[in-house]
Design a protein around this ligand. Structure first.
Ligand code: PLP
Length: 410
C-alpha cells in the first residue's frame, strides 16, 4: 500500500505507529474540483478548519488561495500562525462566541462574522463600537431543511441549536441598519455534515435566495451567500467514489437556486477536502479469541480516532501487506478501557498477525482533530506526503507533554 509513490510500511518504520498520513496532492486535487465547478461565479472556498486543523494543512490551502471557516479564537490563532495573509479570507461561525473571541476577530479584520443569534449580533455591535471597527456580518439562518445524515451532525432543522429561524432574518437585518458599526455583508447556512445528496443543499439555497431578494427590495444588498460545508464522501466504497461528479451536482443544485443573483458564493468544505486524503496507520498488537469472537487489538485507539465510537462511523480497514489465506470475521479494537473503543465490528479481513500493519482509511477529517489523551495516551505523529517527499508535520506527543499544564504536586 502506498500514499502516492511512498510505501506506507516505510513510513511506519520511519515515524512509528499509530501515525496519521496525509496526501497533499489529493487535498489540492479536491480543492481544484471546487474551483473548476465554480469558474463562472465569484466565489471563495473557506476550508473548515475544525475538520483537520494542522498548521501545515492550513498553510497548504492558503497558498492555493483558500480562505478559512473558523469556530473559535483558537482556530483564528491557527490561521494567524500558519497564514496571516489569509486573515481577510476568514469567516467566523459558531453559536457561542465569547467577547474575547469577537475582539480577537475584530482586531484581525476578518471577512465576516457568521452570527447565530440576535444576542450575538447585539454583542458584536457593542464590541465593534468600543473598538471603532466596522464588523461585517452574515446571519446564519436556519432554513428548516432536513438532510439525511447521522443525528449528531445534522444542523439545519429548527430543533437544532444552530442559526436564526429564517423567517426572523429580514427583521433583524432591517434593525441592524441602525447600527453604525455593523455592515450586512451576506447570509449563511450550514445544514449538516456528511450529506450524500445534492438536493437538500439546493432546497436550503432556494430559501436563502428568496431572503436575499426580499432584502434587496428593502434596500439591503448582500454581497455574499455562504452555503456552509457538509458535502459527504463514500466511506464504504471510497475507490469508486466519483468526487468530480459529486462536486458538479452539488454546485449545480445551488446554482439553480441562485439563478440571476449576483452574489459571491462562499463554501466551507471540510470533510470533502481532507477525509479521503488521510489514513491512520496502526500496528496489530495482539489477536485474541474470546469464545466465538476474534479481536484484533491495534496500537491505535478511540482516543486517536473517535468517529466509530461517536457516530457509529464505518471506516475501511486494509492490511498494508496482505497475507495469503482465508478471510475471517473479526473486531478491530484499540487498547482503551471502553467497550466503545473499536474501529470495526464483525468485519471480514485477510489474516492478521501481531506486528502487521493496517491502514484505517478516510481518516483525514475529524480524526486527529477530535483526538484526545484519554487513558493518558500521547497522540500520534502526522506526516504529509507531497509527491515522493514525506514530511513530519507534527511530532508524536510524549507523556511529558501531557503533564506540562498540571500543577499541585509541590
Ligand atoms: C463543521 C462545519 C463545516 C464543515 O463541515 P464538513 O461536513 O466537514 O464539510 C462548515 N461550516 C460550519 C459552520 C461547520 O460547523
Amino acid at each position: 500500500m502506498h500514499c502516492g509513490p511512498v510505501r506506507l510500511a516505510s513510513l511506519a518504520e520511519r515515524f512509528g505507529t499509530p501515525l496519521y498520513v496525509y496526501s497533499a496532492d489529493q487535498m489540492l486535487e479536491r480543492l481544484t474540483l471546487f474551483e473548476r465547478a465554480l469558474s463562472d461565479r465569484d466565489h471563495l472556498l473557506c476550508y473548515a478548519v475544525k475538520a483537520n486543523s494542522a498548521l501545515a494543512l492550513l498553510r497548504l490551502f492558503a497558498t492555493h488561495g483558500a480562505g478559512f471557516d473558523i469556530v473559535s479564537g483558537g482556530e483564528l490563532e491557527r490561521v494567524r500562525t500558519a497564514a496571516p495573509e489569509a486573515l481577510d479570507r476568514v469567516v467566523f461561525s459558531g453559536a457561542g462566541k465569547t467577547s474575547d473571541e469577537l475582539d480577537l476577530a475584530l482586531k484581525a479584520e476578518i471577512l465576516s462574522f457568521q452570527v447565530e443569534s440576535e444576542a450575538e449580533l447585539a454583542l458584536l455591535a457593542q464590541r465593534a463600537a468600543r473598538m471603532r471597527r466596522r464588523a461585517r456580518f452574515s446571519l446564519r439562518v436556519n432554513p428548516d431543511v432536513f438532510a439525511e445524515t447521522h443525528p449528531y451532525i445534522s444542523t439545519g432543522l429548527s430543533e437544532h441549536k444552530f442559526g436564526i429561524p429564517i423567517a426572523q432574518a429580514r427583521r433583524i437585518y432591517r434593525a441592524a441598519r441602525e447600527q453604525r458599526w455593523l455592515e450586512a455583508h451576506g447570509v449563511s447556512v450550514h445544514i449538516g455534515s456528511q450529506i450524500r445528496s445534492a438536493e437538500p443543499f439546493g432546497a436550503a439555497m432556494a430559501r436563502v435566495a428568496r431572503l436575499v431578494r426580499e432584502l434587496a427590495e428593502d434596500g439591503i444588498p448582500l454581497h455574499s451567500v455562504d452555503a456552509g460545508g457538509g458535502l459527504g464522501i463514500d466511506y464504504e466504497d471510497g475507490s469508486s467514489f466519483d468526487a468530480a461528479a459529486t462536486v458538479r451536482e452539488y454546485i449545480e443544485s445551488m446554482e439553480t437556486a441562485l439563478a440571476g443573483l449576483k452574489v459571491r458564493l462562499v463554501l466551507e468544505p471540510g470533510r470533502f477536502l481532507v477525509a479521503q486524503s488521510g489514513a491512520l496507520l496502526t500496528r496489530v498488537l495482539y489477536v485474541k479469541k474470546n469464545g466465538r469472537k476474534t479481536f484484533v487489538i491495534t496500537d491505535a485507539g478511540m482516543n486517536d480516532l473517535i468517529r466509530p465510537a461517536l457516530y457509529q462511523a464505518w471506516h475501511e480497514i486494509v492490511p498494508v501487506e496482505p497475507r495469503r489465506g482465508r478471510r475471517s470475521t473479526v473486531d478491530v479494537v484499540g487498547p482503551v478501557c471502553e467497550s466503545g473503543d473499536f474501529f470495526a465490528r464483525d468485519r471480514r479481513l485477510a489474516p492478521l498477525k501481531p506486528g502487521d500493519l493496517v491502514a484505517i482509511l478516510d481518516a483525514g477529517a475529524y480524526g486527529m482533530a477530535q483526538s484526545s489523551n484519554y487513558n493518558s495516551r500521547p497522540r500520534p505523529a502526522e506526516v504529509l506526503v507531497t509527491g515522493r517527499n514525506a514530511r513530519m508535520i507534527r511530532r508524536r506527543e510524549t507523556v511529558t507533554d501531557l503533564f506540562a499544564p498540571e500543577l499541585g504536586l509541590s
